[in-house]
Design a protein around this ligand. Structure first.
Ligand SMILES: [Fe+2]
Length: 326
């Protein structure tokens, strides 16, 4: 496993695995970051290898109050089978650590994996709010049209709709919500002290940036959101939403200073026009994410499945584009 380059504080890297315990399956985080500084929580990072997604458990060490960011539901596309091994592992960790989960935070409506937010909410057995940016309504409207969903059925799907740049408390800590549009219009980052959870607004320096061609995505907005992240203090820690390492172990975090110096798409010397040309050209060559349709049909419902038919069966819709009339 990789270790951090420069963040102060103790970091522990272990191959992610699961063990059985009295709390059930218990995932061992692949990265653990503690003592990161004043007002900064402990961070436990879980890597889901099928979709290359980082899920974070972020805990105030003084109160044990915690949040989960971007949990993942397992989905096998060929069989349509949904399972919860990954989420159960994170839940086991939460129980084992006696963490009080106060919120489940989504950075955005993901297009490459299904969120386990609703499943975790059920398992937590309390009224833990599932939170997302208020501009999710724009994403829901877009995809309600794509999948022929009555928009009224998507109202109040989430428990909390964050306004741009609002703040909330977590135990003795506070979190600032950053609106980071570009990859999607609803995209948020979450800033707890020095720890910044960016979702898909920036990736590790050797991976660069996320695509900006989904409905409501915008290359200029993405550039500006990345600049906003790069303008944070140099020692702030950027925790990314995915990692797609070219030839190294997966990594979850890097400092703002390292992003400014090394980000291959938007380093300190990259202007907006250059980024726009590169990103637009690249996006035009990319195919749709493999789990696009299942992901969006679940994620705009905050992690719920589409309604079952009269026989209790659940289906995902796939829009078809035929080049001939059949
Ligand atoms: Fe995404």
């Amino acid at each position: 496993m990789s270790t951090l380059v420069s963040p102060q504080g103790a970091s522990v890297s272990v191959p992610q695995s699961s063990v059985n315990s009295s709390a059930g399956t218990l995932a061992v985080p692949s990265q653990t970051h503690v003592d990161l500084g004043e007002n900064t929580p402990n961070v436990y990072s879980f890597f889901e290898r099928v979709t290359s997604t980082w899920t974070y458990v972020v805990a105030d060490p003084a109160s044990n109050d915690a949040v989960v960011i971007d949990p993942v539901l397992d989905y096998d596309h060929s069989s349509g089978r949904i399972s919860t091994e990954t989420a159960d592992g994170v839940m086991g960790f939460i129980l084992d650590k006696n963490l009080n989960i106060r919120r489940i935070l989504e950075t955005h409506a993901h297009a490459d994996h299904l969120t386990a937010a609703q499943y975790l909410k059920q398992r937590l057995g309390q009224d833990v709010p599932v939170c997302i940016g208020s501009r999710i309504k724009q994403v829901q409207e877009s995809f309600a049209r794509v999948y022929d969903i009555d928009p009224a059925l998507l109202e109040d799907t989430f428990d909390v709709y964050f306004k741009d740049d609002e703040q909330f408390k977590l135990g003795n800590l506070s979190c600032k919500v950053l609106h980071l549009p570009g990859h999607t219009p609803d995209h948020l980052g979450y800033v707890f002290g020095r720890a910044v959870f960016t979702g898909d607004s920036i990736f590790m320096p050797d991976v660069g940036s996320a695509r900006a061609d989904f409905p409501g995505g915008n290359v200029n907005d993405l550039y500006n959101s990345m600049q906003r992240l790069l303008s944070l203090p140099s020692d702030y820690l950027i925790f990314v939403g995915h990692d797609y390492p070219p030839e190294r172990e997966v990594q979850d975090v890097v400092t703002v200073a390292e992003q400014r110096e090394r980000n291959k798409h938007v380093n300190a010397g990259t202007d907006e026009a250059t980024f726009k040309t590169f990103r637009s050209t690249r996006d035009a060559q990319l195919g749709s994410p493999k789990l696009l349709h299942p992901s969006l049909q679940v994620n705009i419902r905050a992690g719920r499945l589409p309604p079952a038919d009269r026989e209790g069966r659940v289906f995902f819709k796939i829009p078809v584009k035929a080049s001939v009339a059949l």
